[in-house]
Design a protein around this ligand. Structure first.
Ligand code: HEM
Length: 158
């Protein structure tokens, strides 16, 4: 592994939701989802990721995103670059501290016919909990709602 990304090595692996993730938002009914996560490296100073969500009953594919996580060498500054199947491309930046990564969107671009309401800001927290499970919490602000939690999910390593 490239030593630059060593502070993020706790994220590496194949992860599966356990228990199913919980989706919330003031405009939505509570929902559950399954998610497979692959976080890998190829020796570059960057991690590669893909997040693949599925309906818990039908296993129908739902939200998907993939991208890269970069660390500014000799700092704890992190950049997270993601392309989503909904037609959003975003850059988030933040910091890794121990086994916790907190990031906030700096730019969000979308296709011209993206569904409304549009997301205006995204924040995420990843952490490795005391049971060795990876957790992700996603909050967002949209054109109709202030910053509110949208997702919380815990993954076990498989
Ligand atoms: C709805 C954004 C990840 C499932 C939405 C809405 C937005 C959004 C803007 C519309 C909210 C409204 O109508 O007020 C995002 C962003 C994500 C993300 C920015 C990642 C950073 C996910 C994931 C799932 C998911 C991983 C898991 C299945 C849903 C569902 C709805 C929804 C079921 C309601 C139905 C729909 O509009 O398709 N999301 N989402 N989202 N999201 Fe997400």
């Amino acid at each position: 592994m490239n030593p630059v990304v060593e502070p993020l090595s706790w994220m590496l692996g194949t992860w599966l939701s356990d228990p199913p993730g919980a989706g919330t938002f003031p405009t939505l009914q509570l929902f559950q989802y399954l998610e497979e996560v692959y976080i890998s490296h190829v020796g570059q100073p960057v991690l590669n990721f893909s997040f693949n969500a599925f309906h818990p009953d039908t296993r129908k594919p739902m939200h998907r995103e993939c991208g890269f996580i970069r660390l500014k060498p000799n700092t704890n500054k992190v950049a997270f670059v993601s392309a989503q199947n909904t037609g959003i491309v975003e850059v988030e930046e933040g910091e890794v501290n121990g086994q916790e990564l907190c990031i906030t969107s700096h730019s969000i671009a979308r296709i011209s016919f993206a569904k409304e309401p549009h997301v205006e800001q995204i924040t995420r927290k990843f952490r490795l909990n005391s049971e060795g499970k990876l957790e992700q919490t996603v909050s967002m602000a949209t054109t109709t709602q202030p910053m509110t939690q949208h997702l919380h999910i815990t993954y076990k390593k498989v």
